[in-house]
Design a protein around this ligand. Structure first.
Ligand code: NAG
Length: 358
């Protein structure tokens, strides 16, 4: 695998056109997918966004160093890793950084209420990532959503540290970025959020090998564009704790492992624990008026809420409003720029633009 100057240049450009990261490494989407479908057929349709904090309970496994509930602003600052741009060798001006994982995800670090996924050999884990409007190729270099892959060294306690380890031998599974997406409207000519596309749910079901040894398995999820830049572009790193006979973690036979389908241990945190981390997140996240996302506006008028729960920044000091505080004015979204990710950059201080007004 090589990253030519051309590819790197594309990659840098792509930082303002398309990015994604894993939000959850084992998502129980049965209930929420029903809600998403049901709400999408209402008139007007309501958006149900599974990345919002009040749906965090449906996430049963998390990437490294994640928060539960998550915070969109925080996540997009800390967890995205642009392989193409970072690995570009620009000499002393820009030395190549070929790490496979973002800085926060180079060791198996987990908060107690956001544990790694657990599974038995042969089971399926369901990864969830943001569509961010790219599900039908909008704002993606090449105009197609590209592919997602999971890389794994095949044994417990083995770390993929460098992009040179994205090899055929280490490839566990690959598929289309949008293979497991629920998006609407059905009209395929609707491609971008500005036209009304809603693609809040993107999933990748990863089938674990039946002969997987017990223990902690490190994995890397990547998104690659198609066409001119098919190399992994964005990554998220995570672990799966595989149950089984931990006394012989390396050489457990498939039969032995299958015979002891010891269920998930560490994942099931007490409900109280799940609520606690609100401390880590500005309280208004949870209390913030939901209308931004759930507002029954015609999708056409508010096409690009993307996945940015903007009130997070909008009202950090505002006391929690009464549940039905009719007096609190709902934030009004201004027109979003053509490029969704321009919003992201501005939110991160490059322009410090505000995209809503009271
Ligand atoms: C819409 O979503 C909510 C959850 O936000 C759910 O309670 C409700 O049942 C859904 N409605 C439909 C028609 O699916």
């Amino acid at each position: 695998m090589k990253y030519s100057f051309t590819a790197a240049t594309l990659a840098i450009l792509s930082t303002v056109s398309a990015h994604s990261w894993l939000e959850c490494t084992n998502h129980d989407n049965a209930e929420i997918l029903g809600w998403m479908k049901g709400n999408s057929t209402m008139n007007p349709p309501l958006i149900v966004d599974p990345s919002l904090p009040w749906y965090a309970d449906s996430c049963k496994g998390w990437p490294r160093s994640k928060k539960n509930p998550g915070n969109w602003i925080d996540e997009s600052s800390n967890y995205i890793w642009n392989i193409g741009a970072n690995s570009w060798n620009g000499g002393s001006f820009h030395p190549a950084d070929t790490h496979a994982c973002p800085p926060h995800q180079r060791s198996p670090t987990y908060d107690s209420n956001a544990p790694m996924a657990s599974a038995a050999p042969g089971e399926t884990i369901r990864l969830r990532f943001g569509g961010n409007g790219h599900t039908r190729g909008s704002n993606v270099p090449g105009g197609e959503p590209g592919s997602v892959s999971v890389w794994w060294k095949g044994k417990p306690e083995q770390e993929i540290t460098d992009i040179s380890e994205f090899t055929k031998e280490n490839l566990l599974q690959t598929g289309g970025f949008a293979d497991g997406s629920f998006s609407y409207p059905a009209d395929p000519s609707v491609k971008s959020p500005l036209q009304g596309l809603v693609d809040k749910g993107n999933w990748m079901e990863v089938k674990l090998p039946k002969d997987m040894a017990a223990g902690r398995h490190m994995m890397v999820w990547t998104w690659a564009y198609s066409g001119q830049s098919p190399d992994p572009q964005w990554s998220t790193c995570f672990d799966v704790m595989v149950s089984g006979d931990a006394k012989s973690p390396i050489s457990v036979s498939a039969k032995t492992v299958d015979a002891t389908p010891e269920p998930v241990k560490a994942t099931t945190a007490a409900p109280a624990d799940k609520v606690a981390p609100v401390v880590d997140v500005p309280a208004p996240v949870v209390d913030a008026p939901k209308p931004v996302v759930d507002a029954p506006k015609p999708v056409v008028d508010a096409p690009a809420p993307v996945d940015a729960p903007a009130p997070v920044q909008a009202a950090p000091e505002v006391p929690a409003p009464a549940p039905d505080a009719a007096a609190a004015p709902a934030p009004q979204w201004t027109k979003w720029p053509e490029n969704n990710d321009a919003v992201y950059w501005k939110e991160h201080g490059h322009a410090r633009a505000r995209h809503f007004q009271a």
